[in-house]
Design a protein around this ligand. Structure first.
Ligand SMILES: Nc1ncnc2c1ncn2[C@@H]1O[C@H](COP(=O)(O)OP(=O)(O)OP(=O)(O)O)[C@@H](O)[C@H]1O
Ligand SMILES: Nc1ccn([C@@H]2O[C@H](COP(=O)(O)O)[C@@H](O)[C@H]2O)c(=O)n1
Length: 210
């Protein structure tokens, strides 16, 4: 079974995808980490994220980088949304994600274009959303817990900027696939969000089995 989980920054899609992977015993890929790894490589090599050729050169990163805590910063999230808008960067990371999705037994992937581009044939697709204000509160709390001094206003502005870039780019923009189920986590706890996600996936599977 392939489960595609898409949504904007800090909507809770990673938390839900991880929980679904645990629930159904499937491997999970946070595809945002791939774009963050490109961004971090660009930063460390002092390349220009807005130059497609520079960003493409950074796609050949060492997989060990995927475990680097530096990937989680707000700055790298912003840079990731700049490098991810380059069509050649997306092309460089495409097959790896498709292979992960198609592995025997299935997988759970979360990102922006999983249901639309990476796994359009997924058995279940969720589009996770929450208001920008609530997403910023959650991300701000998370960053503070990791010792970041960033202000709430900066986090909210960054979230809005990232939403605009991710939805507005011409290649593989953030969109809800027409056959995805919408899950608004704005007023749900993590536990309630996960329960709802499992119910939505089970409903899709039951419908497919009819
Ligand atoms: N329903 C919820 N209620 C409260 N906090 C939540 C909820 N869902 C997720 N969170 C918290 O919000 C933060 C963002 O969640 P998460 O990392 O899952 O989002 P994301 O959509 O994967 O973000 P990104 O796109 O930036 O990777 C985390 O600190 C997480 O614990
Ligand atoms: N499938 C994806 C996943 C991510 N991106 C871009 O990477 C940025 C960081 O992603 P997070 O999920 O870790 O927040 C994100 O803002 C997107 O620009 C993508 O394009 N496609």
């Amino acid at each position: 079974m392939i489960i595609a989980v898409d949504g904007p920054a800090a909507s809770g899609k990673g938390t839900i995808a991880k929980a679904l992977a645990r629930h159904y015993g499937l491997p999970h890929l946070d595809t945002g980490l791939l774009y963050r790894a490109v961004a971090l490589t660009v930063r460390r090599l002092d390349l220009d994220p807005a130059r497609e050729a520079d960003a493409v050169a950074a796609c050949d990163f060492d997989d060990a980088l995927l475990a680097d805590p530096a990937l989680r910063s707000d700055e790298i999230g912003q840079l990731a949304s700049i490098v991810s808008a380059h069509p050649l960067v997306r092309a460089a990371l495409l097959q790896r994600q498709k292979r992960f999705a198609r592995q025997d037994g299935g997988a759970v992937l979360d990102g922006r274009d999983i249901g639309s581009v990476i796994a359009p044939d997924a058995d279940a697709k969720l589009f996770v959303k929450a208001t920008p204000q609530i997403r910023a509160q959650r991300r701000h709390k998370e960053l503070q817990a990791h010792g970041s001094p960033v202000s709430f206003d900066k986090v909210l502005a960054d979230i809005r900027a990232r939403d605009a870039r991710d939805s507005g780019r011409s290649t593989a923009p953030l969109v809800m696939a027409p056959d995805a189920a919408l899950l608004d986590t704005s007023f749900l706890s993590i536990e309630a969000s996960v329960q709802k996600a499992v119910a939505l996936v089970d409903a899709r599977r039951a419908k497919a089995a009819e």
